[in-house]
Design a protein around this ligand. Structure first.
Ligand SMILES: *Cc1c(COP(=O)(O)O)cnc(C)c1O
Length: 362
């Protein structure tokens, strides 16, 4: 028998979440963001569920090739644009739209030989200070691009630093609107948090939701996934491969990190940090056993964790263990709850499931 760990991707939930994004921005077209191999889900595994998107956005060229080879004929956007001049040949060949965020990318375009001009998304740095032209330099970049025969339509984009938090987006949106006021072209500004929290951003021509499609709340813990009506799209599950009975004073695992206060049953689950389960999780991290919420105890090992079976006296060898996602009785353990216990975000957990974990799609 193979080791019982499994990551299951839920197609219906992916579709539901895409629909949720649409309902938040009824007049916008939707880029389904599938960078980082669809946030760890696997581009090939999410593709069918995202057929209803208006475009697919990502940033690795090999991922763009995979999307085209799946038969996607709609728009594909490279969110960071090209990384070297020859990438433009792939853009021409596969009809990829690409962000333009720096002068080097414009130089490369100017030198590029192509029959068909490219659709580009000119990126403004409106305050995030990672990629993009400053508002002062934006117009010059636009004018230069607009003069190139290699360039077709120019769309305008920016990215928010605080769409999920108290600072909000108003300061950046104002800068963007002001600097683009009399420029033609479609606009795209909203990630997941902006799509759900800021109607002014979601009204632009295109929204760019990522994390919400994968059922994690972009502004957890202020709002959880249930608040935003998002469904979990990945379940990481395994089984108990051993049960131990402890007496008061007994300890568990490396470093004797947990000490039993009284008699208790402990289950040993076949999952560890080598599967992508975060090693930072400590006693108290939530986990489902046979669909009942309980807690991890002790330290995460490479291949095993230990869980408190006190709330599930019926559980034993072979019982189902859900690390995040949906238990087979329907109970949900939000990935955001686990991420919080690990001091991180749902994004990181879903991207970190390792290669030795088999995947299934339902
Ligand atoms: C990743 C990314 C998104 C999606 O962000 P989420 O927070 O996952 O919704 C949108 N736009 C750009 C430019 C990105 O890189």
């Amino acid at each position: 028998m193979p080791r019982p760990i499994l990551a299951t991707i839920h197609s219906a939930a992916l579709q539901h979440n895409l629909d949720r994004a649409r309902r938040a921005a009824l007049d916008s077209r939707v880029w389904a963001v599938v960078k980082a191999n669809a946030y760890g889900h696997g581009i090939e595994r999410v593709f069918d569920a995202f057929r209803g998107a208006d475009g697919i956005a990502l940033l690795d060229l090999n991922e763009a090739e995979r999307v085209r080879s799946l038969g996607w004929r709609g728009p594909v956007l490279l969110l960071e644009g090209v990384f070297e001049p020859r990438d433009l040949e792939l853009c021409s060949r596969l009809d990829l739209w690409h962000a333009v965020h720096c002068d080097a990318q414009i130089d490369w375009l100017a030198a590029h030989k192509t029959q068909v001009p490219h659709r580009v998304f000119l990126k403004m740095n409106s305050g995030m200070n990672r990629l993009g032209f400053t508002p002062e330099r934006f117009r010059a970049a636009w004018t230069r691009l607009n003069a190139l025969p290699q360039v077709d339509e120019i769309s305008l984009m920016t990215h928010f630093s605080d769409a999920d938090g108290p600072r909000g987006i108003a300061h950046q949106l104002e800068v963007f609107d002001e600097a683009t006021r009399d420029l033609p072209g479609e606009r795209s500004v909203a990630n997941s948090a902006a799509t759900l929290r800021h109607a002014a951003a979601a009204r632009a021509d295109w929204i760019r939701p990522g994390i919400l499609l994968y059922g994690s709340s972009p502004d957890f813990p202020e709002h959880d996934a249930a608040h935003w009506q998002l469904q979990p799209t990945m379940t990481l599950s395994t089984r108990l491969i051993s049960v131990q009975t402890l007496e008061a004073g007994d300890t568990i695992g490396y470093g004797s990190r947990f000490t039993a206060e009284g008699p208790m049953r402990i289950g040993v689950a076949a999952v560890g940090y080598a599967d992508g389960y975060p090693r930072h999780c400590d006693t108290g991290t939530p986990v489902l056993v046979d669909g009942v919420r309980t807690r991890m105890v002790g330290r995460v090992s490479m291949d095993m964790i230990t869980v408190d079976l006190t709330p599930v006296p019926e559980a034993g060898f072979g019982s189902e263990v859900t690390l995040w996602g949906r238990g087979s009785n329907g109970t949900v353990l939000p990935i955001d709850d686990v991420a919080k216990a690990a001091g991180t975000v749902g994004y990181e957990l879903m991207c970190a499931v390792t290669r030795r974990v088999p995947f299934a799609v339902d």
